[in-house]
Design a protein. Sequence first.
Length: 307
Amino acid sequence: MLKRIDVNEENWMEIRKLSVRDDQKDFLDSALGILARGYVYRQDRARVIGIADGDKVIGVALVRDLDEEPACYDLQQFMIDAGSQGKGCGTAALRMLLDELEKERKYDCVEVCVKRTDAASLRLYEKAGFVDTGYLDEQAPDCLNLAYHFSDHQPVFSDVLISDFSDPLFQAAFQAYFSELGITVRDWNGLFCEMNTEGDNRAFVRTDSDGRIIGFLQFKPTQFTSWFFEETCGFIREFWIAEAHRSAGHGSALLRLAERYFRDHGMYTSILTTDTAERFYLRHGYRKAPGCRAKNEDEVFLKHLAE
């Protein structure tokens, strides 16, 4: 019967001896390399997990936490020794790991990066319920990024689309945002009136089941014109998640809502600036816009939205 074991001074040498077939070695690190990664990523709560069949160690996995949105468990490495392959051990061990992570449920999904040519691993993960996220890592263009989502007993959230910024819900969210930034506003009413007079401003505000504010995303259509061409893009103006609710997928959810709104209203480019969350946007398919710079000198990011 398969079980997980903690890596310790008594068994790490046995784990070190694990190895895959020669034709699989281009797809995985060595067992010793996996142990080393566990140390290197220790600040991300990385843990090396041994897999045993009875008293025999047959595999090893490395899982670490990714707290930056889109937050997830990162299944960095997963290896079953060559002598134990072809017996269903890989499928059973992966299911065991997923069940364990679901019980902990710090995040709502597990992600794994798999080389496109690693057909056996792709079948294994797809069989377990992983799906392609569509995200392309520029540093690993030969890999697919797959995700497994925990679906049972999801908490209940409400997302409200707001176009009138005199709405108390939006005002409370925006004031909490500025308070965290340490920005003092003398005339709040004047600020919110200005937002309304600009026209076409919108915001999604997310609250929990008790009505507490989780965060908001403010956006508006922005038209780019030349003497011959014209395009209306969705411009993400302000984006904030309350500190108590970060690293739980809310930022990703609000971003998807805004992108869906853009597509539904004929806008197929999303544009924004950031100086603090580059990795978040890159993982959601945004790319830096070469030669384009915001007036505040922040980086500009673009994403072309599929119909």
